[in-house]
Design a protein around this ligand. Structure first.
Ligand code: ZN
Length: 366
């Protein structure tokens, strides 16, 4: 049995009367929204008897180590250094709060993690305490990655943040050479979400792209943004609108996605004429005919199938256009030219990708 815990002491109204609406939300949460810590359960795993601080979410109490938190996170470090009675911090752009007033639980100070879900707090603490809980390139799940991206940015935990970005980069690439050899699908980032027969459990790549965009924008994860924006904007317009609405993306972001969709569609469209150059003569009639036929096939493909996004063009190159038999009819000179023009297309796509979404050039994002 736990000894009776001291009730959360409410903030003195007079001390916060001139503060922001966020602080009032915090006060409301204290008075109405959150259960008293006496109603919360010890977390099964993250309750260390020798811990020196208790983190309280709306579900669990986590007994962890103050010095470990402070050494991992500058935000915790600052918060824990504050005198007890004044320890109310606003963290991140969402105006969420950590509140540490004079709560004491089993003789240990209590920090209430207002604005953070229990799942997010659990994932962050697990990643800090268990080196195998999350590693870049190792099996994991989408909720873990989203939690860690948000929490590591919000609480400034660079060791976890860099590892999450490293993990995501294997699909949301940040370099052109990586894109050329990227053979994984988005769901492969989350092989922890697959069942024994390899089928994905509850993983929706389209939905995930929007969740990730929302998190990356809030957390200002610049380096991943072009690839994430790209994944969202290549979806059909109806899907872009419904998912934007579902995840409450700002109008400005939705406009970028729609404009990006249009620009990428145009960019993808020019791939056919640009690489096959059906207007260029050749001394071999069969070659010219084959290029013209491939070009027409390219146009039909574009008309009937949902546009092949530039990413696929870069990964499969010229091989994704028409049949192998037709391509074999090109003379070596035209084939070489086609290859160089495809390389120019790649570079054009890659250079323009961040600017399409108003992110400046790649250099500004590193
Ligand atoms: Zn030729």
């Amino acid at each position: 049995m736990n000894p009776p815990a001291k009730r959360v002491k409410l903030m003195d109204g007079s001390s916060i009367s001139n503060t922001s609406a966020d602080t009032h939300a915090f006060e409301d949460a204290l008075q109405h929204g959150k259960p008293s810590i006496t109603n919360l359960k010890h977390h099964d795993v993250l309750w260390y008897e020798d811990g020196s601080i208790v983190l309280a979410t709306d579900e669990h109490l986590y007994c962890v180590h103050k010095s470990f938190l402070a050494s991992s996170s500058s935000v915790f470090k600052d918060m824990l250094a504050m005198p007890n009675a004044e320890s109310v911090m606003t963290v991140g752009s969402q105006g969420t709060h950590m509140g540490k007033d004079e709560d004491i639980y089993e003789g240990k100070p209590v920090v209430r993690m207002f604005g953070d879900s229990d799942e997010n707090v659990y994932h962050l603490l697990m990643a800090l305490y268990d080196r195998n809980f999350f590693r870049a390139g190792k099996p994991t799940t989408a909720p873990i990655v989203l939690s860690l991206l948000i929490m590591s940015s919000k609480y400034d935990v660079p060791v976890i943040q860099s590892e999450v970005i490293e993990h995501l980069k294997s699909y949301y690439v940040t370099e052109l050479p990586q894109l050329r050899k990227c053979e994984i699908a988005c769901k492969d980032l989350f092989c922890g979400s697959t069942s024994n027969d390899g089928t994905a459990i509850d993983f929706d790549a389209e939905e995930f792209a929007f969740q990730l965009l929302d998190a990356a924008l809030r957390m200002n994860t610049l380096t991943l943004l072009p690839a994430i924006y790209y994944e969202c904007s290549i979806l059909p317009l109806g899907k872009i609108l419904s998912l934007s609405n579902k995840h409450s993306l700002e109008t400005e972001v939705v406009e970028k996605l729609l404009a990006g969709h249009e620009k990428l569609t145009k960019l993808s469209l020019i791939f056919g004429p640009k690489t096959l150059s059906p207007q260029t003569k050749c001394k071999f009639n069969s070659c010219l005919e084959a290029r013209s036929t491939l070009h027409v096939e390219w146009l039909y493909l574009r008309g009937y199938k949902y546009p092949d996004p530039p990413r696929k063009l870069i990964m499969s190159g010229f091989a994704c256009v028409g049949t192998a038999e037709l391509r074999a009819k090109l003379c070596s000179e035209c084939l070489n030219r086609t290859g160089s023009l495809a390389a120019e297309f790649e570079l054009l796509f890659w250079t323009e990708l961040p600017t399409i979404f108003g992110l400046g050039d790649w250099g500004a994002l590193k």
